[in-house]
Design a protein around this ligand. Sequence first.
Ligand SMILES: Nc1ncnc2c1ncn2[C@@H]1O[C@H](COP(=O)(O)OP(=O)(O)OP(=O)(O)O)[C@@H](O)[C@H]1O
Ligand SMILES: [Mg+2]
Length: 274
Amino acid sequence: MTEVSVTMQVGPGAVAAPAPPLVVEHVAKSYELDGGRIMPVIGDLSLTLREGEIISIVGPSGCGKTTLLNTLCGLLAPDAGRIRWHGREVAGQPQNVGYMLQKDLLLPWRTALGNTMLGLEIRGVPAAQAEDRCRAMLDQLGLHGFADQYPSTLSGGMRQRVALARTLVNEPDVLLLDEPFAALDFQSKLLIENDTVKLVREGRRSLLLITHDIEEAVSLADRVIVLSKRPTRVKTVYDIALGGDRRDMMAARQTAGFSDYVRQIWADLDVVLQ
Ligand SMILES: Nc1ncnc2c1ncn2[C@@H]1O[C@H](COP(=O)(O)OP(=O)(O)OP(=O)(O)O)[C@@H](O)[C@H]1O
Ligand SMILES: [Mg+2]
């Protein structure tokens, strides 16, 4: 798939539409292995994330999803192609982008609150204000009463919620989440999916979510992108047209058409895995 963003000049005085939060054009990335062998991981990949949009990305294990997110947020340099954030190519890490890594990576010597406050501290937000915002975010993610506990005393699901709170409290315009709910039991997963989607949709933020869970991918997203095996590229894009309240993950799973999308995407991945 090739997506090219076009800004149209409709007539005199027409205001150009703002550039999408993220436009990726023909990005490629390889790793150099021991012995000098080059392993292509991202083939030729293009996608556009629009304002207020939620995109889920699914693909075979090891196809290059984490590599893609690392490249998008400037932790890795692409070998080819262009990445534009709000219309501009940026050197290094883009502003107002929250990236939650595949592993929660909480600092063990800081409490849940201390971990959540990290980004605000770095940005110089006054401590009292930062603490209020972080406590409110922890409450919102169901961690009321756990703010002063250390990561080692929290369950895996709670730790992931702390990591999510740490990402969301910075109020990023764009969120990049790498399998954020993978370690959760079904019930916790639904609750956190709901909270995340609510925060994203109500704040007009945009979200790129990587997941192995096809039902999660469909229930959350406006579009699901299926990636091919390595070197990965966009294989299929599904526009998810489900009715009802798109902030309610349980309701989305019961909507007519939901299981058709899930079946189709499974079939698509099976073809890839052969
Ligand atoms: N720093 C690195 N150096 C060399 N190879 C790497 C490096 N990081 C990842 N790889 C390899 O690149 C490929 C893609 O890895 P990546 O972690 O991006 O895949 P993924 O789709 O996120 O996998 P998963 O579904 O397991 O999370 C894998 O074969 C992996 O072993
Ligand atoms: Mg990964």
